[in-house]
Design a binder for this molecule. Sequence first.
Ligand SMILES: N[C@@H](CCC(=O)N[C@@H](CS)C(=O)NCC(=O)O)C(=O)O
Length: 213
Amino acid sequence: MYRLHGFCQSGNTFKVAFFLRALRQPWEPVFVDFMNGVTRTDAWRARTNAMGEAPVLEDGERRLTQSGVILSYLAKKHAAYDGASEDERLEVLRWILFDNHKFTSYFASYRFMKAFGSSAPDPAVMAWLRGRLDGAFGIVNKQLATREFIAGSKPTIADFSLCGYLFYPQEESGYEVAERFPHIQAWLARMRELPGWATPYDILPGARIQPRW
Ligand SMILES: N[C@@H](CCC(=O)N[C@@H](CS)C(=O)NCC(=O)O)C(=O)O
């Protein structure tokens, strides 16, 4: 059985959990006490992930990190949700890289500071991040105006990657996705229809924390 290290506030972990459920593969959660700093300890990094990040997937002796790598591995292994041709697979990879660099990363940072930071977020930092977010969300919204899923008419691992943080309550980020990005909103409704969809707080371990700021 797969073992997935992560925690419920982690949309990066949710990307993998949702995908495992869509594949109907059994998996066991391994709680990572991120909020109490375990991923910053030398012991955790030596034992689990030298990059100090969740998620981590164990498949027997194999240990994988980086959600994009994990999604690619699972898609290939189970022959599902990948592109059907080399060109399609490259398109999928293109969107996973865009997601990791600009879409998820800015959104996750913005939400973390707003909801879970140890002190009130710096308005200048939040304004800068919001500008970057507006750009990335505008690009994804435009792409989804003319196709049902990010790389075409069928869902792929790029969709699982991009949606990782978008099923959390809006009050955690304060970012108005539904109001401002209608094509993203419509695509999220399609993602909810995929097998295995559930909210992150329903399927990932750890205690829920009310937004702090
Ligand atoms: N690109 C990585 C990002 C993983 C990531 O940033 N995970 C967060 C938790 S959701 C983390 O562990 N952050 C620790 C840090 O940034 O130091 C992935 O997709 O797996």
